[in-house]
Design a binder for this molecule. Structure first.
Ligand SMILES: [Zn+2]
Length: 418
């Protein structure tokens, strides 16, 4: 039950800011050697938004049947779900041209292959306030004077993956309730009744328990296999422990805004749980989405997870209780990596420590103060200092405790109360 944000994008943006501080040598703007490719991207975006399948598919090279098939699925999925905006921007701000000898050999010199970074921004009708952002690494080829898109997987061997949509694996079906959009393969369509009902009930819980305003409209994606989920999330950790994710992209051009919030279920794991626990999971994930607008690069995982466990009322503390009984409670709040690495019991312990930390804060300072703490912490953007420093600053502002004081008080509270 983990918030997934494209961390690599965050790190990369940090590098960018340093580079931008170096004054650029003034020079004449050279003629744009990529004008033909930019033109192709504009036609492609237009066709996507207009729902013109023929015009969209006319931008696709026919060399790789798998890619052609995926492109058709991409188009059809977007058309089914409904788009308010769609645009593709070629950019060299984050990556240079990525073409190597491999592509020259693969496509031939006369095709003039270029592997380039393209930002895909889109808004799902009725759900995305800001455009969702995916990084695409597209190969462009020139066939008899005409530019076409030939591939989005040429950099997979470097682990530079193009964003992959659920509907690129196979055709999907959609179901909607008042606040939620359910997207799944046809086989899981019949589960939409329960999931959408549970999501609406989860929203009622959130409305009662969480004081901050948020969009309250969320797409729920349900890939059939963990392998598909893995490809969508581009996860760098083992997904087997997890039941669901709140997923967002980071838009570097919008002050690191988190955009395109979705709840994605790890169906093989999620469906193994009781309906009651599935309900709890949905509250947890919706809380992640509800706080995304206030989240920032220094929002530690224990803060996110603690608040989500608190609001979803997932009150298990057996790992801590066992540690206390055995005299091995470490009195330390978990670091971010402790949520994705180690034994399953260690990961569960990290969640339980997070929950008790936010429980402790709520008991002592009230839920409104916890919400204030979260918002103040999220306001720190490209600010100097470690995340621990920023967490400490927000704790000082709202609880009047430094990080070490908070950690000490929480550990004592846990020893006295668990
Ligand atoms: Zn979580």
């Amino acid at each position: 039950v983990s918030p997934v944000i494209r961390r690599f994008a965050v790190l990369l943006a940090a590098g960018l800011v340093a580079a931008a501080a170096v004054p650029a040598a003034s020079q004449e703007t050279p003629p744009d050697r990529f004008a033909g490719i930019r033109d192709l991207l504009a036609r492609r975006s237009e066709a996507m938004l207009a729902g013109d399948e023929e015009a969209f598919m006319a931008t696709v090279d026919r060399g790789d049947p798998e890619f052609v098939k995926r492109q058709r699925l991409l188009f059809e999925g977007f058309r089914l779900i409904g788009l308010e905006d769609y645009r593709l921007d070629l950019t060299f701000e984050y990556w240079p041209e990525l073409t190597t000898d491999v592509e020259i050999e693969r496509y031939g010199e006369e095709a003039q292959p270029h592997v380039l970074h393209v930002e895909e921004r889109y808004r799902l009708a009725g759900y995305d306030r800001q455009p969702a952002l995916e990084d695409l690494f597209l190969t462009f080829v020139n066939r008899e004077g005409e530019w076409l898109v030939a591939s989005d997987t040429d950099l997979d061997d470097l682990r530079m993956y193009s964003g992959r949509k659920l509907w690129e694996f196979e055709p999907v079906v959609i179901h909607e309730s008042e606040h939620f959009l359910y997207v799944s393969p046809p086989e899981l369509g019949p589960r939409s009744d329960f999931i959408l009902g549970a999501a609406e009930r989860a929203l009622d819980t959130l409305d009662q328990e969480w004081p901050e305003d948020w969009s309250r409209r969320v797409p729920i994606f349900v890939p059939e296999t963990t392998a598909q989920l893995d490809r969508i999330l581009q996860a760098t950790f083992d997904l087997e422990v997890f039941v669901a994710f709140a997923y967002s992209g980071v838009d570097r051009a919008r002050d690191w805004d988190l955009v395109g919030h979705r709840v994605i279920l790890n169906w093989p794991n999620f469906s193994r749980n009781s309906e009651e626990f599935q309900q709890t999971i949905l509250v947890h994930e919706l809380l992640h989405v509800a706080t995304r607008e206030y989240s920032g690069p220094h929002t530690s995982v224990f803060v996110d997870e603690g608040i989500a466990e608190l609001v979803s009322n997932d009150t298990d503390t057996y790992e801590i209780t066992a540690d206390l009984a055995a005299g091995r409670f470490d009195r330390a709040l978990p670091r971010d990596y402790e949520f994705i690495t180690g034994e399953q019991s260690d990961i569960i312990q990290s969640y339980q420590e997070s929950y008790t930390a936010m429980r402790f804060a709520t008991v002592n300072f009230g839920l409104d103060a916890v919400a204030d703490f979260y918002r103040i912490l999220g306001e720190a953007r490209l600010a100097p200092g470690t995340s621990r420093y920023h967490v400490g600053r927000a704790m000082e502002a709202t609880f009047d405790l430094s990080f070490p004081e908070f950690e000490e008080a929480w550990a004592e509270w846990a020893e006295d109360n668990l």
